[in-house]
Design a protein. Structure first.
Lengths: 511, 494
């Protein structure tokens, strides 16, 4: 039995039935990481000892007859943006190199309480700023489908870990598409829950009004299981929504779109979109229609202003959020030789500790918030945000969910867009509107683009706190597509070589 | 060139304004559960939130918002039905996040006033705004001459204070107080302190920094109607300093203007020891704080019913109480102010409640007791004598048991811890001689011993009776009731 090939739901059943122990499951995944992470580099820190100890504790509790939740003993990888007692948190930045947080993020705490086994901390674009994980100060992560391609970003370590069978589940964060875009280009499932549906406490902030933690998994049901475990009201986060978590697991099991109104967003297509991506998207929509959904076109005219508005709001908030990294209390300290004053040490540390993209956004944001420019930039961007929310409201009047491609292209090559920030920013074109409006959205694999044989994703968007609709649609699409392909799409991933046993015999068939 | 205060006021009209920061007396800090206490071991009252650790988030303290609304209502302000916190961005080592969560263009309370009693009249000081923000940590710069960060060898930071709720109360500019400007400024802070104390929202101890003032001052050339450039004087941390800082800035700015210079818009620092201000950073090269709405906090939207609940819970405010007591006691403005300035309003009120007449209560507290307090260097209200004891002494005098001299001895006894007035009277044997026979004998003796005086009284010069009263008092060792003695003398000689 190859435990790393199992879904979280399957592992959960095996664990509950006593067929495997949490320690065995954990060991299998740690072995898998040890066996391939030199090539993938999904992890910045593997918490082997902590994981084994946590697994033994779950086994002990199960033996003692304790009531355990569905994720007890199931491994999970955590983006290195969440604080963790007992493991460093770097956010992919030199400036936090070696920082050991004294407290657990709410998400970390909930995972531990659920008995999930935290395998380690995954790589990411520095402070979640990027779409390729190339902005990590600790080197890029590679796409398990093709090691010369990026895994997307900023949650690229999390998406690659799941796609490479290093973990069945991972937690990421989405600010402009940082869960959905890497999920799409790694051929897995990723959800951005409703803003406020998942706690930000202990998530090192990039842009406070946008940052949303969410699940990544190889199946829709697995994503739903993790979604339910990590979401829910948290009094430590005052933007948290005090309402029950939408019934996403039930929705994923329901997997039924008959009678649902699905709106295709006109504005999220056209020039700049890879034909192979558009072809897979169109097929997925047809498939949903064949399953009984009513498909219409909806227009969201203000979406075209989403990207520029995002690149004012997110950098503005980041310029303030990242001010605390000043060498005074934690992290890197440069120039503290007794000759420099405090201000100079702050300056030298920030110069040495932040990468180019982070500096670019801090400068952009500081400028946008400056007196005399505030109204024209930050103020205007907030007005655009309101217009986008209204577009969504109007669209959701006509459709229960909206659909679009997740990202205009498949995974691009490592280094290809590294020197072209604008090209990089376009990767988030389709995902940004939901971040600005705070509604829920999911990315689910819809096939391989003919040009390069790499995965494309279907994005489903639902109104605020209607996250369950995402799972109904995504699970229905997943079931129908898997049936059509004869196997899950991820079985096509060849980046780690076809000689590996768990790939043999599962190849063949094309998406 | 120096200009005296009197000279300055001949040519210029001062305008001042005050920004007062008050630490609220909530149990916990503004955005976390750490205890809000003064004087704890450095960095022992901190957590990820008030240290601004990566990932931590603020959650607003409802009680702090309630206290702020309470202050706003007591200052007759309007309360916003919806407002937001804002981030004030600047780098400083004692600011954990390098931004302060404050309020900017949407304060919780706006547009009110505070009536201030000064020189026997009431001056109405306009209140621009009252807002809520978090305090910073506290820096100690070691080495270097100035105690400021520049030139220091090293600095120590205590984050216990970081995140303590701070209310900023900003006045409108106060023109038209002329010569009395420094006094009005001081009276405003005094009044505000008393108000905050009566609301129970802060312990308002200036010496511990729980109430801190910045004073804005400008001069306009008399008759011009044009206000000059203002300076902001920081570090004004006692009532006396408020007065001195305004006065010193008036003198300094007048000297600058008289010398043909111009006043620079800047921050100045007040020095308690010298009583003068020195230049801080120039506001003309001021930093841009890049304020924007705090995205980590939801807007504050106090429901109208809650505001009304808070309004209904307000205690009688000092100005209303003053007006009531002044009328009840039939005092002039100046008379009342004397009581107020002596800090004796409360004890007089309690003495009256204990049965003394307002006149007696006032007489004892402003006379004999004020003198004792002054000698001991304490507030009159902290003397070891209760208002009830003072009322009892007054009653003993009114009933003729004590005369004024004996009453003072009783007070001595009470202050020395010998017990209640009645116990002191008994222990020291201080009651007046009420035995009519003994008194008559003493009077007759005095008349016999002073035939000349007696003759003058017989001729109608009753004022000469004082000599005979004195003699009787001497004979009874002061225990006679002077009024009774006088009556007996006149009975015999007229």
């Amino acid at each position: 039995m190859e435990l790393t090939r199992k879904t979280a739901a399957e592992l959960s059943a095996l664990l509950a039935g006593g067929e495997v122990s949490a320690e065995e499951v954990t060991a299998a995944h740690l072995d898998r990481i040890a066996g391939c992470d030199d090539r993938v580099h999904a992890f910045l820190h593997v918490a082997a000892d902590g994981a084994v100890a946590a697994a033994r504790e779950v086994d002990r509790r199960r033996a003692a007859g304790d009531e355990l939740g569905p994720l007890a003993g199931v491994p999970v990888a955590l983006k290195d943006v969440f604080t963790t007692i007992g493991a460093p948190t770097t956010c992919g930045s030199r400036i936090l190199d070696g920082w050991q947080p004294p407290y657990d993020a709410t998400i970390t705490r909930r995972l531990r309480q659920a008995g999930a086994i935290i395998l380690g901390k995954t790589n990411m674009d520095e402070f979640a700023m990027g779409s390729s994980t190339e902005n990590s100060a600790f080197g890029p992560t590679r796409n398990p489908w093709n090691l010369s391609r990026v895994p997307g970003g900023s949650s690229g370590g999390s998406s690659a870990a799941v796609a490479a069978y290093q973990a069945p589940l991972a937690v990421g964060t989405d600010t402009g598409g940082s869960i959905r875009q890497p999920a799409s280009v790694c051929g897995i499932v990723g959800t951005k829950p409703t803003y406020g549906g998942s706690s930000r406490y202990g998530l090192v902030a990039f842009a406070s009004s946008l940052d949303t933690p969410g699940p990544l998994a190889r199946t829709v049901l697995d994503a739903a299981l993790l979604h339910e475990a990590i979401c829910g009201y948290d009094p430590m986060d005052s933007t948290s929504i005090d309402a029950p978590v939408p019934p996403v697991v039930a929705a994923a099991r329901q997997a039924d779109v008959s009678g649902m109104r699905i709106g295709v967003v006109t504005e999220l297509s056209g020039e700049g979109y890879q034909p192979g991506v558009m072809a897979r998207f169109a097929e997925a929509v047809e498939l949903l229609e064949s399953l009984g959904a009513k498909v219409t076109e909806v227009s969201c005219p203000n979406f075209r202003y989403a990207l520029p508005a995002y690149y004012l709001i997110a950098p503005s908030e980041c310029s303030s959020n990242l001010a605390r990294f000043d060498a005074m209390r934690y992290g890197l300290r440069v120039g503290d030789d007794g000759s420099a004053g405090a201000e100079e040490v702050m300056s030298l540390t920030r110069e040495a500790g932040f990468g180019d993209e982070v500096k670019r956004r801090i400068i952009l944001g500081a400028y946008a918030l400056s007196s005399g420019y505030y109204d024209a930039y930050y103020g205007k961007a907030q007005q655009v945000r309101t217009l986008i929310i209204r577009d969504f409201e109007a669209a959701f009047g006509q459709a229960d969910v909206l659909v679009s491609p997740v990202t205009p292209t498949t995974a691009f090559g490592i280094g290809e867009r590294a020197d072209d920030p604008m090209a990089m920013y376009l990767a988030d074109l389709c995902t940004i509107p939901s971040d600005l409006a705070g509604n829920a959205a999911i990315s689910v694999p819809c096939g391989l683009a003919s040009e390069d044989g790499l995965p494309a994703g279907l994005q489903v968007m639902a109104p605020v706190m209607a996250d369950d609709r995402l799972y109904r649609v995504a699970a229905a699409a997943e079931a129908a597509l898997t049936e059509r392909w004869g196997h899950p799409l991820i079985a096509e991933a060849k980046g780690l070589g076809t000689s590996e046993p768990w790939f043999s015999g599962e190849r063949g068939g094309s998406a | 060139m120096t200009v005296t205060y009197e000279e300055a006021l001949q040519r210029y009209e001062p305008v001042f304004g005050l920004e007062t920061h008050v630490e609220l007396g909530t149990t916990t800090k503004l955005f976390c559960g750490c205890p809000a206490v003064f004087g704890a071991e450095p960095n022992s009252r901190v957590c990820p939130v008030c240290l601004g650790l990566p990932g931590s988030l603020p959650a607003a303290n409802r009680r702090a918002i309630e206290y702020t609304i309470k202050i706003g209502l007591a200052l007759h302000c309007g309360i916003a039905s919806w407002c937001r916190f804002a981030r004030k961005n600047y780098f400083y080592p004692d600011m954990p996040k390098n931004f302060q969560i404050s309020q900017y263009d949407e304060p919780l309370c706006t547009d009110g006033y505070l009536d201030v009693l000064v020189g026997g009249r009431t001056v109405r000081v306009g209140i621009e705004r009252v807002h809520l923000e978090e305090d910073t940590g506290k820096s100690l710069h070691v080495g270097g001459a100035t105690g400021r960060i520049h030139g220091a060898e090293y600095s120590l930071v205590d984050y216990n204070r970081a995140g303590i709720p701070l209310v900023e109360i900003v006045t409108k500019p106060v023109p038209g107080t002329g010569f009395g400007a420094p006094g009005v400024a001081k009276a405003y802070v005094t009044e505000l302190r008393d108000l905050l104390r009566s609301l129970g929202v802060s312990d308002v101890r200036m010496e511990e920094g729980s109430l801190r003032c910045d004073v804005n001052t400008s001069l306009s050339v008399r008759g011009s109607g044009v206000w000059g450039t203002r300076t902001e004087t920081k570090n004004v941390n006692s009532l006396r300093s408020v007065e001195r800082a305004v006065r010193s800035e008036i003198e300094r700015q007048a000297a600058v203007l008289d010398g043909g210079g111009r006043v620079i818009q800047e921050t100045r620092h007040f020095h308690e020891d010298t009583g003068v201000t020195t230049s801080g950073r120039s506001k003309e090269e001021a930093q841009d704080y890049r304020y924007f709405p705090e995205p980590d906090l939801v807007p504050v939207a106090p429901p109208a019913e809650w505001v009304e609940e808070i309004r209904a819970s307000l205690p009688e405010l000092p100005s209303a109480r003053r007006a009531r007591l002044q009328a009840q006691w039939s005092l002039s403005g100046l008379e009342f102010e004397a009581l107020h300035n002596a800090g004796a309003v409360g004890v007089v009120e309690e003495t009256v409640l204990a049965g003394a007449s307002p006149a007696d209560a006032r007489k004892w507290w402003l006379g004999e007791l004020a003198r004792r307090a002054n000698d001991a260097g304490v507030d009159v209200s902290s003397l070891p004598i209760t208002p009830q004891a003072v009322a009892r002494v007054a009653a003993l005098v009114a009933s003729g048991t004590l005369n004024d001299r004996l009453a003072r001895e009783v007070i001595d006894g009470v202050l020395d811890g010998e017990g209640t007035p009645d116990e002191v009277v008994a222990a020291r044997g201080l009651a007046v001689v009420s035995d009519e026979g003994a008194l008559t004998a003493a009077v007759d003796e005095a008349i016999a011993a002073n035939p000349g005086v007696a003759a003058r009284i017989r001729d109608g010069k009753t004022s000469a009776a004082g000599v005979l009263i004195g003699a009787v008092m001497k004979a009874t060792r002061g225990k006679a009731d002077a009024a009774r003695v006088k009556a007996l003398i006149l009975e015999r000689l007229t």
